[in-house]
Design a protein around this ligand. Structure first.
Ligand code: PEP
Length: 256
């Protein structure tokens, strides 16, 4: 049984006060909605404050990114052991903003995935096509490349711990959401791919979130799809009430 997982990605937003208030409100919902794992990925500078607000609650905390090296001369970067030391459980890797604004490659992201496991963190591996790739019917080819590279060299035990976030780039922050059918088709494709990379039992274990303009009024339909196990939520995770509704709608969709 895959436990649904809904995680907010706050990106480069909030300030200390609003981050703490949002973490407290989200932690309250995480406590109340037992059948859904609830996470928050705040900016690195507020991780400690958010982790303090989450302590003793069910809210799990993720880094938004990390470097693959354990430490050293990498100005501006954060290392896996630092995230682990603070108390993070997850780290988002390969987000489309990292891939397309900061030029991260599949090879670099793969190194980070391995580093995450080495340092005791679970990766949330983001994959997804750009609009022109979808229009050129390249969606499956792009997603296959991202998933294959992201899982390269992982043992079955590690692979089972990866959370995949399918995030079509054209739906991120645009207000355009993939229809539940479009999203389900890609999620089913990812599961089939994992079956060929590992086996059906492993593929059935891996949680696949959808991300791209998820809101309170569309998450029920998205998470009602059989292969959509949760959501990675950007903009709509910044408002405590709206994010709480996304979580309760997800729980209703999965009947937990
Ligand atoms: C994201 O950046 O992971 C995301 C899904 O953003 P939004 O929900 O704002 O589209």
């Amino acid at each position: 049984m895959r436990k649904p997982f809904i995680c907010g990605n706050w990106k480069m937003n909030t300030d200390r006060k609003s981050a703490v208030a949002l973490a407290q409100a989200t932690a309250k919902v995480a406590q109340e909605v037992k059948g859904v794992e609830v996470g928050a990925a705040p900016p690195a500078c507020y991780l400690e404050a958010v982790l303090a607000a989450a302590r003793g609650t069910a809210l799990v905390v993720a880094g938004q990114n990390m470097h693959n090296e354990a430490g050293g001369a990498f100005t501006g970067e954060i290392a896996g052991p630092m995230l682990k030391d603070l108390g993070c459980l997850y780290v988002i890797l390969g987000h489309s903003e990292r891939r397309h604004i900061f030029g991260e490659t599949d090879e670099f992201i793969s190194k980070k995935v391995h580093a995450a496991f080495k340092f005791g963190l679970k990766p949330i591996l983001c994959v997804g096509e750009k609009l022109e790739e979808r229009q050129a019917t390249q969606t499956e080819a792009v997603v296959r490349r991202h998933v294959t590279a992201g899982f390269a060299g992982l043992s079955k035990e590690q692979a089972a711990q990866v959370v995949v976030a399918y995030e079509p780039v054209w739906a991120i922050g645009t207000g355009l959401t993939a229809t539940p059918q479009q999203a389900q088709a890609v999620h089913a494709f990812i599961r089939k791919l994992l079956t060929s990379l590992y086996d059906a039992a492993l593929a059935a274990e891996v949680r696949i979130q959808y991300g791209g303009s998820v809101k309170a009024d569309n998450n029920f339909d998205l998470m009602s799809q059989p292969d959509i196990d949760g959501a990675l939520v950007g903009g709509a995770s910044l408002k405590a009430d709206g994010f709480a509704k996304i979580i309760t709608e997800g729980a209703r969709a999965k009947k937990v």
